[in-house]
Design a protein around this ligand. Structure first.
Ligand SMILES: NC(=O)c1ccc[n+]([C@@H]2O[C@H](COP(=O)([O-])OP(=O)(O)OC[C@H]3O[C@@H](n4cnc5c(N)ncnc54)[C@H](O)[C@@H]3O)[C@@H](O)[C@H]2O)c1
Length: 248
């Protein structure tokens, strides 16, 4: 029986690249995103590569949407073997005291509550199914914040903690979690953050970002698949796709 993979934030960027890598293998893939147009395109591209794939529209910060994407995946494919908890966003670059509560709530709701909801509603099925693997997309900002990106960094520290906690809670239940931490990955996620960019912010980000090598999302999929295939050994830890930024 084919393994079933559920992946959020798969309309673009790392999520889509991961789907297209998985599509070359015998997986059934549920693609979740709130961007319906690009999400459907990801599914079409996966099908062209021979995969069985479905699109489920969901806002990961909405609890009913999360219950629905889990239920629809089970209905279509019968189980969930691997959950890529990948959806995320950034908010405009600011100093911490400059963020208003709406921006704080928005990013916390998507990056932290969304990741929690995913795990909360996927794990009961993994328990019924005898186990499973969870791969959380975290960030180099889970280790060290870049300037003017403090609230995003808070969210990614939280998802790193979620990964570690799953690693503690389910060791005897055959459910394992691994984090993958891209560093400077070439996607459009920062377009929304860059609306406040100016010379001062640019300089501060530059001096707080050690020299690093940018990666394409396609390159980072190697870490996503390694995490998926080695989750027992890596349980509770994060693969740091450092690109030269070394944290110990
Ligand atoms: N690009 C980088 O440099 C970088 C670095 C470290 C970590 N990351 C993380 O990688 C993950 C993927 O981001 P990406 O860089 O591929 O960017 P991206 O913007 O291409 O992908 C993010 C996806 O998440 C979806 N999404 C956002 N909010 C959502 C919501 N509420 N409900 C459903 N879907 C939602 C978007 O529509 C998009 O398809 C994110 O968790 C991000 O924080 C990115």
């Amino acid at each position: 029986m084919k393994k079933v993979v559920l992946i959020t934030g798969a309309a673009t960027g790392l999520g889509r690249a991961t789907v297209l890598q998985l599509a070359k293998e015998p997986y059934n893939i549920a693609v979740v995103d709130f961007n319906e147009v690009e999400g459907q395109k990801t599914v079409e591209m996966a099908k062209e590569l021979g995969a069985e794939a479905i699109f489920i529209k969901a806002d990961v910060s909405n609890e009913d949407d999360v219950k629905n994407y889990v239920a629809q995946t089970i209905e279509a494919f019968g189980k969930i073997d691997v959950f890529f908890n990948n959806a995320g966003l950034m908010v405009p670059f600011r100093l911490i005291h400059e963020y208003d509560v709406n921006e704080y709530d928005r990013i916390m709701n998507v990056n932290v509550k969304g990741a929690f909801f995913g795990v909360k509603y996927v794990i009961p099925h993994m328990l019924e199914n005898g186990g499973g693997t969870i791969v959380n997309t975290v960030s180099s900002n889970s280790y060290k914040p870049t300037a003017y990106n403090g609230v995003y960094s808070m969210t990614k520290h939280a998802v790193n903690a979620l990964t570690k906690s799953i690693g503690q809670d389910y060791q005897d239940k055959n459910i394992f979690a691994v984090g993958v931490a891209p560093n400077n990955m070439l996607t459009n996620i920062s377009a929304n953050a860059a609306v406040t960019m100016n010379e001062e912010i640019g300089k501060a980000i530059y001096v707080t970002t050690p020299p690093n090598i940018a990666a394409t999302p396609e390159e980072v999929t190697a870490a996503m698949l390694f995490a998926m295939n080695n989750s027992k050994m890596l349980n509770g830890s994060t693969i740091n796709c450092a690109g030269g930024q070394i944290y110990n």
